[in-house]
Design a protein. Structure first.
Length: 286
């Protein structure tokens, strides 16, 4: 994970800054969306003056990327103001855009402060089974999608990798952290948080309709992704990702999430819309 988000500067120049990066190998050959999110943020951050840090991003997934090929990132320095900077990052493979993002960066400023409290009735991560405990019966290739990731996940109430949630509730919580300690650089932790933010947020939509990832014929693709960083937190320590889906229709579903540090500090908020197609969707309507 750290190697793919550590981009290389390119000698090539247009009116924009150019960076290049590699992709993690993926069993199904498609670039993981959280990876290109993190890489795009890193690319934009490399052009930011002073100590400004990313506080928001809005991006669109345009095409599925090929994880066997490199990615080129172009950064347009849209604006630099007294407190804020704005950047547009486009990710390309073979000259074709696969992802487009606008991000905003801000100096650290004092101001009003409040936050939504973290739920109190969630079991601690050490009281929950790890992800491998829920993968019985999966094909070895499918297992790699989960076991090869650099992230430790603990679902509440339980994952929907193999079996659906009979409660059909449009919400879940997931404890998450990267598996090993990473450097102290706050920019790395912010980019890694973006990487993690795309892992499970779609699942609140699937839960609402009794759908598991193993449902035959299921097709899911991220359409867009928005994220707001509120406070700094370490991604190599446990964080709670509280997720819910307010709506789904027309082959699209919306999911929202809040990411908390273990001590209850609200670190970030996330929203994502996905394309979701289930062969027997008519039978699953409420």
């Amino acid at each position: 994970m750290l190697s793919v988000i550590d981009l290389s500067a390119s000698d090539a120049r247009t009116t924009e800054d150019i960076f290049t990066g590699a992709s993690q190998s993926m069993p199904l050959g498609r670039v993981y969306g959280g990876q290109v999110l993190a890489q795009s943020i890193v690319a934009a951050s490399r052009t930011i003056p002073g100590e400004r840090t990313v506080h928001s991003m809005h991006g669109y997934f345009l095409r599925p990327g090929d994880s066997a090929k490199g990615i080129t990132f172009s950064v347009d320095r849209i604006h630099d103001g007294r407190s804020f900077s704005t950047r547009r990052t486009q990710a390309y493979q073979e000259g074709v855009p696969i992802f487009s993002m606008i991000a905003s960066f801000q100096d650290e400023d004092p101001g009003l402060e409040h936050q939504e409290a973290m739920p109190e009735d969630v079991p601690a991560p050490d009281d929950l089974p790890d992800v491998e405990s829920h993968l019985q019966g999966l094909h070895p290739m499918s297992k790699r999608l989960f076991t090869d990731r650099p992230v430790d996940l603990r679902h509440v109430p339980s994952p929907i990798y193999v079996a659906a949630d009979p409660a059909r509730s449009p919400r879940q919580a997931v404890w998450m952290r990267v598996r090993r300690p990473i450097p102290d650089d706050p920019a790395i932790h912010r980019a890694a948080l973006a990487y993690l933010s795309d892992l499970t947020i779609q699942e609140s939509i699937l839960r609402a309709h009794g759908v598991s990832w193993a449902t035959p014929g299921l097709k899911v693709a991220s359409l867009d992704h928005a994220m707001w960083w509120h406070r700094f937190g370490r991604v190599d320590e446990w964080m709670l990702y509280v997720q819910e889906s307010p709506s789904a229709r027309g082959g699209r579903g919306l999911a929202t999430g809040r990411i908390y540090a273990a001590d209850g500090t609200l670190l970030a908020s996330v929203a994502q819309e996905i394309m979701v197609r289930v062969p027997d969707a008519d039978e699953r309507r409420d």
